[in-house]
Design a protein around this ligand. Structure first.
Ligand SMILES: *[C@@H]1O[C@H](CO)[C@@H](O)[C@H](O)[C@H]1NC(C)=O
Ligand SMILES: *[C@@H]1O[C@H](CO)[C@@H](O)[C@H](O)[C@H]1NC(C)=O
Ligand SMILES: *[C@@H]1O[C@H](CO)[C@@H](O)[C@H](O)[C@H]1NC(C)=O
Ligand SMILES: *[C@@H]1O[C@H](CO)[C@@H](O)[C@H](O)[C@H]1NC(C)=O
Ligand SMILES: *[C@@H]1O[C@H](CO)[C@@H](O)[C@H](O)[C@H]1NC(C)=O
Ligand SMILES: *[C@@H]1O[C@H](CO)[C@@H](O)[C@H](O)[C@H]1NC(C)=O
Ligand SMILES: *[C@@H]1O[C@H](CO)[C@@H](O)[C@H](O)[C@H]1NC(C)=O
Ligand SMILES: *[C@@H]1O[C@H](CO)[C@@H](O)[C@H](O)[C@H]1NC(C)=O
Length: 460
């Protein structure tokens, strides 16, 4: 697809470290790899400045205020490394991603079980799946990336705290227990679409039909209660099990589309069944018309909360995950590539032109208008994602395509992972030496990245 060159540039200011008062202009340009890499690198640094899990006395990957945000951060870090090749943060990232798997390797981390829902657990599984697909080497001890995903998958499908046939003929609840509040009654899109996504990604990675069966079952259930409407391709947010799932809450969130689209894309890659391509294209068209609006320069906007500046921590993360998943879909289903690339580019340009805050190019929540003053870890995570995936045209597509076992993915599989009596060979104790080693390596590398990567993004 032909894209508008004028809309692809925004101005970036690059101060040198030696002369901090001197700022030289660097123009963010979707056609120029170095400017995109510089923006991604600066954002990754800003994002990691919120992370303290590698410090003495802290727990790798843990954010006490919101457990799943660690998964969002790990996913963005994986994405940054995958599309830019900069592995500066990989040791910290890899340790965090494994640590949070908990004792049983299924991301039921006992420290957070009081409020972790099926969706939170799924998000950690999704980050581990990304690690496997991007070929992050398994750690030398402890759970493999793939076994952590299989742990989530088995735990959720085999347990009524996950798949729950007691109302509406099935589906995954949002929360796992009634003690977790009203969310227990709800069966929500991200838990169901998220499980479908994990199952479809496992089916594709392992070429294994049992996973595909569960992806299909979850998809069919979602259609049956109209969480996904296969006429309009609207994706709702939830249905209420206590009233037989009769009414769909139609609140619109980008990532609810994202998880189902990923499920469809991987099922299409796995099966070549055009039913999945039809669904994927339907969902993509609905995503464009709902969240990529001309009045916002075609940059992705979390429309339910952005216009009123009412996005909470969660809402600030959804579009970053969605653009990451779009980049994967473009590589897995090439017929979607041109359209997706144009939407990623308009979003990244929007981000580049609004990341002008705090005198140092801090990003806000919105990627349209001007800097909105809403700085924080979540906007930094989302911006890291969008600049990373804007590298799409500059990577070797066959190498960047999420791997499967037949294309070089070698994370160790454990089909029984996450079952209570699992004593799989993929599990060996994590020694404290691993952790100290990762910390030391990080200190050595970070000095270099500060020198290279700190600069400011300024609007015109
Ligand atoms: C940008 O400046 C703000 C305000 O001084 C500061 O809190 C923040 O840490 C800075 N960001 C980075 C990445 O240095
Ligand atoms: C749980 O919390 C304890 C105490 O902070 C910490 O030592 C441990 O590593 C945490 N476990 C996991 C799996 O995060
Ligand atoms: C997947 O499995 C099917 C059936 O077992 C086989 O025919 C096909 O060649 C496999 N595909 C890949 C990519 O390994
Ligand atoms: C839409 O989904 C419903 C419920 O699963 C199904 O009966 C119907 O055949 C589907 N329609 C199309 C066009 O796929
Ligand atoms: C799907 O079709 C493509 C193109 O014809 C082919 O390369 C691929 O092996 C097929 N995959 C499956 C799972 O049949
Ligand atoms: C992309 O990578 C593949 C696999 O490594 C290689 O065969 C191909 O030549 C590369 N393409 C380009 C344009 O470099
Ligand atoms: C898996 O592949 C990675 C590179 O993609 C490599 O570093 C690692 O050693 C491989 N692991 C095994 C067990 O072959
Ligand atoms: C932890 O990571 C941050 C961000 O990458 C880095 O600045 C810091 O030096 C690291 N600290 C330790 C103790 O490794």
């Amino acid at each position: 697809m032909r894209s508008n060159y004028v809309a692809q540039i925004a101005t970036v200011i690059l101060p040198t470290l030696l002369f901090p008062d001197h700022v030289s202009a660097l123009t963010y340009n979707s056609q120029q790899e170095d400017t995109i890499k510089a923006a991604a690198s600066k954002q990754a640094y800003a994002m990691m400045s919120w992370y303290h899990g590698n410090e003495t006395g802290q727990t790798p990957g843990a954010f006490e205020f919101s457990w799943w945000e660690g998964a969002a951060l790990c996913n963005a870090m994986l994405n940054y490394w995958h599309f830019t090749g900069d592995d500066t943060y990989n040791d910290e990232l890899s340790l965090a991603l494994q640590w949070q798997g908990g004792d049983n390797g299924d991301y039921l981390n006992a420290n957070f079980s009081q409020y972790a829902g099926n969706d939170d657990q799924m998000q950690w599984g999704a980050a581990a799946m990304t690690a496997a697909e991007y070929k992050l080497p398994d750690r030398s001890s402890g759970y493999s990336w793939l076994s952590l995903v299989q742990g989530v998958y088995n735990n959720q499908k085999d347990n009524t705290e996950g798949w729950d046939p007691s109302s509406c003929g099935g589906g995954f609840r949002w929360q796992k227990t009634p003690f977790q509040g009203t969310g227990y009654n709800l069966k929500n899109a991200v838990s169901n679409g998220g499980f479908m996504m994990l199952a479809a990604r496992l089916a594709n990675y392992l070429n294994e039909s049992s996973y595909a069966d569960w992806a299909e079952k979850t998809w069919e259930w979602s259609l049956s209660v109209k969480l996904v409407n296969n006429q309009t391709w609207d994706v709702g947010d939830s249905v209420d099990g206590s009233e037989s799932c009769k009414t769909v809450d139609q609140t619109q969130w980008t990532y609810n589309y994202g998880v189902y689209m990923m499920g469809c894309a991987h099922m299409y890659a796995y099966s070549n069944d055009t039913k999945w391509l039809t669904a994927l294209n339907g969902l993509l068209d609905k995503l464009w018309s709902t969240f990529f609006l001309a009045k916002y320069g075609d940059a992705i906007a979390e429309i339910t909360c952005e216009g009123s500046d009412t996005c909470d921590r969660n809402g600030m993360l959804f579009k970053g995950l969605t653009v990451m998943w779009l980049s994967n879909i473009a590589l897995i289903v090439p017929s979607t590539y041109d359209t997706i690339l144009a939407k990623i580019q308009s979003s990244a340009v929007g981000a580049a032109s609004t990341c002008t805050g705090e005198g140092n190019g801090t990003c806000g929540v919105r990627w349209w208008g001007s800097y909105d003053g809403q700085s924080g870890m979540e906007p930094d995570i989302s911006a890291t994602n969008v600049f990373s995936v804007a590298m799409l045209p500059f990577v070797n597509q066959s190498e960047a395509k999420p791997a499967t076992q037949s294309t070089g993915g070698n994370s160790t599989s454990d089909p029984t992972a996450g079952t209570a009596d699992d004593d799989s060979k993929t599990t060996t104790p994590i020694s404290s030496g691993d952790r100290a080693g990762a910390g030391i390596l990080t200190v050595a590398l970070v000095g270099g990245v500060v020198g290279m990567a700190v600069f400011m993004l300024m609007g015109q």
